[in-house]
Design a binder for this molecule. Structure first.
Ligand SMILES: [Zn+2]
Length: 493
């Protein structure tokens, strides 16, 4: 589970202003010569320091407090479009704190939480625009710490459309999930031209993933039409979602007093004994998609890079179906590019049990994530962006695009590619293998052995998918074998 705090720059600004006034008064009460400029300088510095301490303490708290399951709560924050003095200061300090790293001197490295999302508006961060400098700081941060990921608000597609039309930001939940519009008065559709969507206080009720290569293999083996078998599984997921929805709807508001009775969630002002069903209508339920590359390969022996027509046709079909289900069930179904951390291995095992090892489909210990190209493909970041763009608007319940940057890539090249992604309307991540020597503190991209002291006591941070993780700590891996194999194969991801 996780939480997203959207637009922290704007959220924190009024409190920064209050502190500023307090510091100005403090200065003037001690130095009664009444120099307003000096007072301003003093107070601004103090507020800056407060932001630094604030973000540092978030980093400490979110990376040390385990949840009851023993992992970290997934906290994500977004920022970047606030233009006032305090808003830009908040964004800048969040980035500088992350790239400064945590830990003792000589051994500092970036933390993993909160996940940072930089909100990109071409009219603010574009070339020669007012906040281009802030975008530069963000690129600098990503080239050292991989985060922030960049969310386009002014390119093509669903999230930019909402921003351009309503000025609303769809901040992503966890590593990639995004909410469908829910209108304040009309619900699924705007009631009239003055109606507008709301994205705060909402959540996703769960995702169930399809196993597309398995569905195609089954259809062939049983001499059935692929879409007939697909329909069966889409209905199966739909019914599971409906059952979950009914089941949760019977729960009482007292199960989560802050969320359901004290306004924590949208419409969450119920009485403790009320059932929560009325507030669930604004929440989404997802059909997850993974292994699209393997589906295409099973279909005609080609990877997504070589031919993506069949995969595209299937995704259009699934989108149309989900839209019909949405109308009929009054549930906000969404199509989600599944991150598949352990599912990437499980699906291969399931496939092999029934249909054996098929080249390009089940011969690797993992399947490809959502609509992404195979990580092993020798393609440039530009080719990868172009191939994946075709699917972008068919995954509006959650998606991310990322490219692996070779060591030789300089910051300018990264900046150009992120700008390109922003034009496309992407949610864009930068992939680097950040490696740190635990013995001497030396750091560089991708190393198994420290070139400085020869130690193999390496800690490494890689992108799991939409989020980052420690793939090695003191030389040892913590991830499942399938994911480790995928990380090893990476060329273009
Ligand atoms: Zn070393």
């Amino acid at each position: 589970m996780g939480f997203t705090i959207p637009r922290v720059d704007t959220l924190l600004a009024p409190y920064a202003e209050k502190s500023y006034q307090k510091y100005v008064d403090e200065y003037l009460s001690i130095c009664d010569n009444g120099d307003k400029n000096k007072a301003d300088e003093y107070a601004t510095k103090k507020v800056y320091r407060d932001f630094e301490q604030g973000f540092q303490s978030w980093e400490m708290a979110f990376n040390s407090v385990g949840s009851s399951r023993g992992d970290y709560p997934f906290i994500a924050i977004s920022f970047g479009i606030g233009t006032s003095k305090w808003e830009t200061m908040a964004s800048e300090v969040a980035l500088k704190t992350r790239m400064g790293g945590q830990g003792k001197e000589g051994f500092k490295r970036p933390v993993l939480f909160p996940k940072l999302t930089f909100l990109y508006d071409e009219n603010l961060h574009g070339k020669g625009k007012k906040l281009e400098w802030l975008f530069d700081v963000a690129i600098d941060c990503s080239s050292k710490a991989m985060y922030p990921d960049f969310l386009s608000l002014t390119g093509d597609g669903y999230i930019p459309e909402i921003y351009k039309k309503y000025g609303k930001v769809v901040s992503l939940m966890g590593c990639r999930a995004s909410l469908s519009p829910w209108f304040v008065r009309g619900g699924m559709k705007p009631k009239d031209e003055n109606d507008y969507p709301v994205f705060e206080g909402r959540f996703n009720l769960g995702a169930i993933s399809l196993h597309l290569p398995m569905i195609l293999a089954k259809a062939r083996q049983e001499n059935k039409d692929f879409y007939e078998v697909l329909d069966y599984y889409l209905e199966l997921i739909r019914n599971l979602h409906k059952r979950t929805y009914e089941f949760l709807g019977e729960k009482k508001a007292s199960t989560n007093p802050m969320g359901f009775t004290q306004g924590g969630f949208l419409g969450g002002n119920l009485n403790p004994n009320d059932k929560i069903k009325p507030i669930l209508s604004a929440m989404t339920m997802s059909f997850g998609i993974t292994a699209l590359n393997e589906l295409q390969h099973l279909y005609n022996g080609k990877s997504l890079v070589e031919d993506s027509d069949f995969a595209y046709e299937v995704m259009q079909y699934i989108n149309d179906k989900a839209n019909k289900f949405k109308e009929q069930d009054h549930i906000l179904y969404a199509i989600y590019g599944t991150p598949a951390e352990s599912l990437c291995g499980l699906q291969v095992e399931q496939f092999r049990k029934k249909y054996g090892i098929i080249e390009g489909v089940s011969d690797r210990p993992y399947v490809s994530n959502s609509f992404h190209c195979g990580v092993w493909e020798h393609i440039t970041p530009v080719q990868k962006q172009d191939t994946e763009k075709r699917f972008w608007n068919l995954f509006n319940g959650g998606k991310i695009q990322y490219c692996r940057y070779p060591i030789s890539y300089n910051k300018e090249a990264i900046k150009t590619l992120v700008r390109r992604a922003m034009d496309y309307g992407f949610y864009e991540g930068i992939n680097l293998a950040l490696s740190y020597c635990e013995d001497c503190g030396y750091e560089q991209l991708e190393m198994d052995k420290c070139p400085k002291c020869g130690s193999e006591n390496i800690t490494q941070i890689d992108r799991m998918n939409g989020y980052l993780g420690f793939t090695r700590i003191h030389g040892k891996s913590r991830y499942n074998a399938a994911k480790v194999a995928e990380i090893k194969d990476r060329v273009s991801m």
